[in-house]
Design a protein around this ligand. Structure first.
Ligand code: NAP
Ligand code: ZN
Ligand code: ZN
Length: 360
């Protein structure tokens, strides 16, 4: 503890080093390293990271699947922690506050999307929590680390009713599913299907159920059926069984596809009713071919959606606290992060790994 305090004292005035776990190359395993964090500016909040969720995006990113990235790469955008220090102009936070940071740490604030509170769609591009060029020209490092400095406008309050470890995954998996469910009006009388029961998928099930929709899970097999029903699904089908597509044809108002790999989109579209929408949040590097005649006859839509704005992220956290919703997690020490990644890749996660950052 005293070691952290020594680091803290120096942090206000000057950049400082903090422990992290990251990758040095696309094919390198994650390993401990030290990174530099900037001095705490007037509007900055310095956060002691307590927990960080492992999102499949961390893997796509660090392995260069979405394109070339700068190394070392320190992933992690499901950050939950406690405020250690605030800059002189910070009004919304004080030391000791329980806070979260998601996928963005800044944006232009001037474009029409930023003005509308949709910083995730910032037209010149927002500053991502990791792998982005920050305002000062340095590359951002994510939450697989001890501390992070974030502008107060991109820090969220974690309500008292939520445990920090189970709240961490809400900062990406939670908001990424909450936002399209709200945008496409999931609620009573609506039939929602969730494709893939992983980190995002299990949150989509819980949230859609809490919003009052009828929820169906479409998983590769029935292996996790009991869990899916316990999490709030009304029905559970295997996409590996052809009969599923016959039985559910034309059934859903909304399908949220959370799958991290390229799957048959035409087949999923056939499950939508007239005017239904298939929203892709899964982000495989490969294209997803869409047959025109899966869309045209029933005026179906195929759409995408990225996380959510800061205001909506806070709304989601408050909604979760109100409804007693958080992620189902397996907390791991930092030393097990490579193993956890392999298990995510094998769809063997129930349902989010969360790093205990005190073990870094
Ligand atoms: P995850 O925990 O690995 O879950 C993905 C699930 O997809 C798996 O559990 C599995 O579910 C299913 N799946 C995996 N491979 C499959 C395959 N080959 N065929 C069919 N189904 C397969 O991943 P996640 O963290 O939820 O992330 C999911 C995707 O969303 C990733 O691509 C990630 O980058 C992306 N993402 C996007 C956003 C955004 O803003 N749009 C935000 C966060 C993440 P079953 O075992 O149930 O079949
Ligand atoms: Zn994520
Ligand atoms: Zn903007």
């Amino acid at each position: 503890m005293s070691e952290t305090e020594t680091t803290s004292a120096a942090a206000t005035a000057a950049p400082f080093t903090t422990r992290a776990v990251g990758a040095q190359a696309p094919d390198a395993p994650l390993a401990p390293l030290e990174i530099q964090r900037r001095a705490v500016g007037p509007k900055d909040v310095r956060i002691d990271i307590k927990f960080c969720g492992i999102c499949h995006s961390d893997i796509h990113f660090a392995r260069g699947e979405w394109g070339e990235i700068p190394y070392p790469a320190v992933p992690g955008h499901e950050i939950a922690g406690v405020v250690a220090e605030v800059g002189s102009d910070v009004t919304g936070f004080a030391p000791g506050d329980r806070v979260g940071v998601g996928c963005m740490v800044n944006s232009c604030r001037e474009c029409e999307n930023c003005q509308a509170g949709e910083e995730q769609y910032c037209l010149p591009g927002n500053t991502q929590t990791y792998g982005s060029k920050d305002r000062d020209g340095t590359i951002t490092y994510g939450g697989y680390s001890e501390q992070v400095i974030v502008d107060q406008d991109f820090v969220l309050n974690i309500p008292d009713g939520l445990e920090l470890d189970a709240a961490a995954p809400l900062l990406c998996a939670g908001i990424t599913t909450y936002s399209p469910l709200r945008h496409w009006n999931a609620g009573p009388g609506k039939r929602v299907a969730v494709v893939g029961l992983g980190g995002l998928g299990h949150m989509a099930v819980k949230l859609a159920h809490a919003m009052g929709a009828e929820v169906t899970v479409l998983s590769q097999s029935l292996r996790k059926q009991e869990d899916g029903l316990r999490l709030g699904a009304d029905a559970y089908y295997a996409t590996g069984d052809d009969a599923t597509f016959t039985e559910l044809a034309g059934r859903f108002d909304l399908i949220i596809n959370t799958v991290s790999a390229a799957i048959d989109i035409g087949r999923l579209l056939s499950l939508l009713r007239t005017d239904g929408a298939l929203v892709n949040v899964g982000a495989p590097p490969e294209p997803l071919p869409v047959p025109a005649f899966a869309l045209i006859p029933q005026r179906r839509s195929f759409a995408g959606s990225a996380i959510g704005g800061i205001r909506e992220t806070q709304e989601m956290l408050d909604f979760c606290a109100e409804h007693g919703i958080a992620a189902e997690i397996e907390v791991i020490p930092a030393a097990q992060v490579n193993e956890a990644w392999e298990r995510v890749l094998a769809s063997d996660v129930r349902y989010r790994f969360v790093i205990d950052n005190s073990t870094l």
